[in-house]
Ligand binder design. Sequence first.
Ligand code: DX5
Ligand code: ZN
Length: 216
Amino acid sequence: MKHLIAPSLLSADFSELKKEIEMVNHSQADWFHIDVMDGVFVPNISFGFPVLKYIHKYAEKPLDVHLMIIEPDRYLQRFKETGAHVITVHYEACTHLHRTLQVIKNLGCKAGVSLNPHTPISVLEDIIAEIDVVLIMAVNPGYGGQKFIQRSYEKIKTLNKLIKNRNSDAIIEVDGGVTLDNARPLIDAGVDVLVAGNTVFGSENPEDTIRKLKEV
Ligand code: DX5
Ligand code: ZN
């Protein structure tokens, strides 16, 4: 498949949120990446349902909701109601991951699992067949604009092998430190979806940067 681009609204200008959403609508981006942080699982708080509702109102592309929260099960239904297309939970935040993924799928959403930089791919061996999207964190979650962790390439390659060996349909998303320079090597390593916050919204012309990421 041609790779997908998911701009992370975390780096958008929230005083111009509607304009930023319209820019993404108008661009070659495929998804909106939405980072929800609870100040417990990660050392930062981002935004919650009132903002998400507003994003849903204006977004014309699927919402890729990345939950950096503990006990995500408590809120899955509400994320579905506020327009989530993909719901990604963290492996490190789920005690009964298999059950959580079933709930997400029964809600009619794509089920994603994210791994922190320190979590090995091997923890997914017995669950990979149930996953639609694996989100590899290439920075420690919590903030935009951090430096890409090089070890992530090896993890992506290992994950690719696991997906093939288990005949899984999971696609691979990478999040954190994605730039115009590492986009191509990441795709070559097996990435299907590139999340980009600072690279897009910190650039002179975000729409053109999305086009460049799409055309690398
Ligand atoms: C970090 C978030 C990312 C973040 C990426 O915890 O999950 O989605 O917005 O930002 P950049 O692309 O700037 O590293
Ligand atoms: Zn994210």
